[in-house]
Design a protein around this ligand. Structure first.
Ligand SMILES: [Zn+2]
Length: 675
């Protein structure tokens, strides 16, 4: 029954880090050149012209002299490829052929998983081969080149995005894949087969899916080829054609251009989500390399979640017509559950005759940057959406707005933004905020399935702290202006808009907390702790975090690793939470409670959450959590310092340097800003 991963043993992580080479891992993403003992390259975290990014094969560590980013192979994958800790470990394990001892999967399950990975790798290879062939065809087709030039694209941009051309003719790919009947060609979506139409040889009819189209290879964040978008050159239908859903390609999850845009997103401080791949490429040509696009589908929470791994600020850009408005509304729905107080989500509506490309060509880059800056914050768009088609001068219209607002407001994670919006909506509907809440709760009770059990908190639509009603005039709210809830990650993004903030969040995983002193393999927290890390604190953290799951995302990757590696019962509880968040994103406790049924941590976790939900005041819970996290970090560091001191006493001089670093970190923690 149980398929939730338990914590990965620290010994395994160490063995893994011993076997992988950080130079290979980084080298998959960054072009490195040998320079003395180290390898140098252009830093992927801050954007630069001359290399200050160094990777040390002896220390198994990367470090940027420009922005200070540093860490090991796992940290690099988390920071640069947007992987979770578990994903990064799995990715590295796969490359070294190690088996992650994470679950009690049966040998058959493992076998199946291995086969699936093998199949995916094979499909990636097929797609990559096709992409290279299309790129070659592009060079040989003056018509296709002329088309791209006509759209203002340089050869360099075409190369960056690996653009190609699928020639006319039904079986062009036969020259690339001699075995045209290979089922992999169909499975990868490159070849279409018609089972009911047999050719003269009695075989099903097969032909290339993409013919006479400009080809946009789609890569996942690892840079693997997962599909294509194809655009007609002249007239023709459909104008855009995408790869079908395959074992490696899911439109609801993948974003075009994310692989190419990662560094630019960090440098610009935000991701720009557009409607199509032509927009992405054109924007990159015009100086906005931080653009990505959905692939002919509405924006999903998976898309938004993926973006929030790379940045805390997302701007959705839409054409100003009715279709654009509808698409924006879907993006709003997708973004709401993820719109925590430390994140910023905005909606940019271009004049209806423009796409980003034509807008910039007509009005210039600065005008577009200004549009981005002035984009509609999520809070305002939510109020607009709630009041859509409502005549607010009539009681009926206001009642309708109250009803339309409920699902939107309820989808927001708890926090300052949600509280302020309650006041706004109360204003708009002319219903007091308390009455509005009560109304919604009644309406919700009718729809909500059973909600029984002592340990279960209701969906946390609770009273705002203080009086939210009418206290906030519209000019005062900004989605990015809400005060950060807590924590080191909550740098304010509001001010960073439109200007580069290379120093900002780029530092990353290895850069803060543990990263300051971690060198080589990470510390073995599993061995620490039980005597030093006060269990009551960790218990309390379990309760607070499970009741406020969205707060997990505000903790650093180091914190995640530290918590997941605490001894049982706390460590496994945090590992379970991380796995849940990874699968489903932040969820209210009621949903987590459901998912927990039958899990071995169920009684323990429920008991901790019960303690918390008795109080039921989110603001104080979050500040308490921030305090506890500081204490836990201190405990963990102290335990490590003790261990190192012991080693030094026993004559292991090599441990001294690390001991110094750890004690420095403890000092820094103490003198750090009080939360
Ligand atoms: Zn850097």
């Amino acid at each position: 029954m149980q398929n939730t991963p338990v914590a990965i043993p620290q010994t395994f992580i160490q063995e893994l880090l011993n076997r992988v080479d950080v130079v290979d891992v980084v080298g998959r993403y960054v072009q490195l050149k040998k320079g003395g003992a180290n390898f140098m390259g252009l830093c992927p975290f801050h954007g630069e012209k001359s290399p200050s990014f160094s990777v040390s094969p002896t220390k198994q560590f990367y470090h940027c002299f420009g922005c200070g980013a540093n860490g090991n192979a796992i940290g690099f994958l988390m920071e640069h490829a947007g992987m979770s800790f578990i994903e990064a470990v799995k990715d590295l394990a796969q490359q070294t052929g190690m088996q992650v001892p994470e679950d009690d999967a049966s040998p058959q399950d493992r076998e199946r998983a291995a086969q699936q990975r093998q199949k995916q790798a094979t499909l990636n290879d097929v797609l990559e081969k096709a992409a290279h062939a299309y790129a070659k065809h592009l060079k040989a087709s003056p018509r296709a080149v002329a088309y791209l030039k006509g759209r203002g694209l340089s050869g360099e941009i075409a190369r960056t995005f690996g653009l190609g051309y699928a020639p006319e003719g039904w079986r062009s790919l036969a020259s690339v894949f001699p075995d045209y009947a290979d089922p992999l060609l169909v499975e990868s979506g490159m070849v279409i087969t018609h089972e009911d139409e047999k050719g003269q040889d009695g075989e099903a009819k097969r032909y290339d899916r993409f013919r006479d189209r400009i080809m946009f290879p789609i890569r996942n964040v690892k840079g693997e080829y997962i599909g294509f978008g194809g655009r007609v050159l002249d007239k023709g239908e459909p104008k855009y054609l995408n790869s079908p859903e395959t074992p490696v390609f899911s439109k609801g999850r993948e974003l075009y251009g994310l692989f190419e845009a990662r560094t630019a997103i960090r440098v610009a401080g935000y991701a720009l989500v557009t409607e199509g791949y032509m927009d992405v490429v054109a924007l990159a040509q015009l100086g906005f390399a931080n653009a990505v696009a959905t692939l002919g589908t509405a924006c999903t929470p998976d898309h938004v979640q993926k973006l929030f791994r790379f940045t805390d600020a997302v701007v959705f850009s839409f054409d100003g017509d009715a279709a654009g408005r509808r698409a924006a509304r879907k993006a709003l729905d997708a973004a709401l559950p993820l719109a925590t107080d430390t994140r910023s989500v905005k909606f940019l509506f271009l004049p209806s005759e423009h796409d980003p490309d034509s807008f910039i060509r007509e009005n210039g880059e600065a005008a577009f940057a200004q549009c981005v800056k002035d984009a509609v914050p999520l809070s305002r768009f939510l109020i607009e959406a709630a009041g859509a088609d409502c005549d607010l001068s009539s009681a009926e219209g206001r009642a309708r707005m109250a009803s339309q607002a409920r699902p939107l407001w309820s989808a927001l994670p708890d926090g300052a933004l949600k509280q302020q919006l309650l006041g706004e909506l109360a204003n708009g509907t002319g219903i007091g905020s308390q009455d509005l809440l009560q109304l919604w709760q009644q309406a919700g009770a009718g729809h909500r399935p059973r909600r029984a059990g002592a340990g279960e908190a209701p969906v946390r639509e609770r009273e705002p702290v203080g009086d939210g009603g009418g206290a906030f005039p519209p000019s005062e709210y900004r989605s990015s202006g809400a005060p950060p809830a807590y924590g080191a990650r909550s740098a304010s993004h509001g001010e960073a808009w439109g200007q580069s903030h290379g120093q900002g969040s780029g530092g990353g995983y290895g850069n803060k907390g543990f990263g300051k002193w971690r060198k080589g393999p990470p510390p073995p927290p599993r061995m620490l702790g039980s005597q030093r890390v006060a269990t009551s604190r960790a218990d309390r953290a379990v309760g607070l975090l499970l009741a406020n799951a969205q707060a997990w995302d505000n903790l650093s990757a180091d914190d995640h690793a530290m918590l997941a590696h605490l001894p049982p019962p706390q460590g496994p509880a945090f590992a379970w939470l991380e796995a849940q968040l990874h699968e489903h994103g932040p969820q209210p406790w009621v949903a987590l409670r459901e998912a927990l049924r039958g899990h071995e941590s169920e009684p323990y976790i429920c008991a901790q959450v019960e303690q918390v939900t008795l109080v039921n005041d989110q603001a104080s819970e979050l500040s308490e959590l921030a305090g506890i996290m500081d204490l836990l970090r201190g405990d963990t560091l102290k335990a490590l310092a003790d261990q190192l001191a012991l080693r030094v006493q026993q004559g292991d001089v090599s441990a001294y340097e690390e001991f110094k670093r750890v004690t420095d970190s403890i000092k820094a923690l103490k003198s750090g800003p009080a939360v």
